[in-house]
Design a protein around this ligand. Structure first.
Ligand SMILES: NC(=O)c1ccc[n+]([C@@H]2O[C@H](COP(=O)([O-])OP(=O)(O)OC[C@H]3O[C@@H](n4cnc5c(N)ncnc54)[C@H](OP(=O)(O)O)[C@@H]3O)[C@@H](O)[C@H]2O)c1
Length: 331
């Protein structure tokens, strides 16, 4: 099969299309003929992990060490990126009951990755499900990652109808889903992003959109019940100014200090810090599909690239030139 592989860490040019062995599904596995996959934060980090310092990695040091070992110390261990996909079931192992050849599916491989290939194999019990009936292959391929993360973590933050919610980083993979899911939960939503993507965030249903390059939202005099900080760069000391008493900041990316702040604010203070890891499991994928089919969640495909143009696709995302998702068309 054809796959986009990388043998060294580096710029987008390390991505090359090669012929490699097609995976063999085990008895409980599903072999998927991939139609489309995406370029998101994890693909960029994984492609050039040698350059991702513990400081630049938006998670605790231990997570960085684990990711470093997982991706490979000196060179990539796995060699195929792609955390989300859509496609058709090509074949199933003898014990598989939930899928059969020809089913249209979408799914999430997480940090394991491997969707930048014509075929992938995964357990039927994993995050793979029938594709939403209301989406085409490209729209479905870019749905799992951002929406599964956003849904899981917003639920964890106990989002409620009528709340004022601000998403700091509303135009990216997780933020664009968080805006829509917060609206679905009945919140009044403010999205914060860079100027070029304001129209995009508006089109996702945000009630207010703020350009972080022009305005510091913590100086607006507005107070929120929940601030969702995607990149984990907003200090709690500043966020507090824009939180109501009883309000919380949810760090999607977090460091050790945020975990200590979470512990401390669970005991003291009226403004809380929350952090958590979204497991990216099948239940969350099914919940995402349901939201899509109810018309509560959409994906916007900004640009499509062939497998041979993977480097261009990565460059576009790295340079922040896309308003919406970037798809790699595999079939
Ligand atoms: N907790 C978990 O389980 C979990 C799971 C997966 C990922 N993560 C974390 O999530 C992060 C990636 O999220 P993502 O995929 O949504 O990233 P992304 O697609 O790269 O989006 C980043 C967002 O941040 C915005 N941004 C950049 N600088 C900003 C600033 N100074 N102020 C406000 N917003 C700013 C960007 O806005 P513009 O582009 O418009 O400038 C964009 O909306 C990573 O740090 C990763 O560690 C956490």
């Amino acid at each position: 099969m054809k796959a986009i592989v990388y043998e060294t860490y580096g710029s987008p040019d390390v991505l090359q299309v090669r012929e490699i062995a097609t995976p063999e599904p085990g008895d409980k596995d599903v072999l998927v003929r991939v139609h489309a996959t995406s370029v998101n934060y994890g693909d960029l980090a994984g492609r050039n992990f040698a350059a991702v310092t513990p400081r630049a990695f938006n998670m605790p040091l231990l997570f960085w060490v684990m990711a470093k070992l997982y991706f490979g110390l000196g060179k990539p261990r796995n060699g195929i990126l792609g955390s989300e996909f859509s496609g058709e079931v090509e074949s199933v192992g003898k014990d598989v009951t939930a899928f059969r050849k020809g089913d249209a599916v979408f799914g999430y491989l997480g940090q394991k990755m491997g969707a930048y290939a014509e075929y992938l194999s995964m357990p039927e019990s994993g995050p793979i499900a029938a594709m939403p009936t209301t989406m085409n292959f490209e729209e479905a391929a870019v749905a799992p990652y951002g929406a599964m993360m956003a849904l899981h973590l917003l639920r964890k933050a106990q989002i409620r109808p009528g709340q004022k919610v601000l998403v700091n980083g509303a135009s990216g993979g997780i933020g664009s889903a968080a805006v829509q899911i917060a609206k679905y939960f009945g919140a009044d939503v403010t999205g914060v992003c860079g100027g070029p993507r304001m129209d995009y965030v508006n089109s996702l249903g945000a009630d207010t959109v703020i350009d972080y390059k022009k305005e510091d939202f913590t100086q607006r005099g507005e107070e929120y019940d929940l601030i969702v900080d995607i990149r984990g760069r907003l200090p709690f000391s500043r966020a507090k100014r824009a939180l109501k008493a009883g309000g919380s900041i949810l760090y999607i990316s977090f460091k050790m200090k945020h975990l200590f702040q979470m512990l401390a604010t669970s005991i003291f203070g009226s403004r809380k810090v929350k952090c958590g890891i979204a497991p990216g499991n099948r239940d969350d994928l099914l919940a995402v599909r349901s939201l899509i089919e109810q018309g509560q969640l959409k994906t916007v495909v900004a640009e499509r690239f062939a497998m041979s143009q993977a480097a261009e696709a990565h460059r576009m995302v790295e340079e922040g030139k896309n308003s919406g998702a970037v798809v790699i068309q595999v079939v």
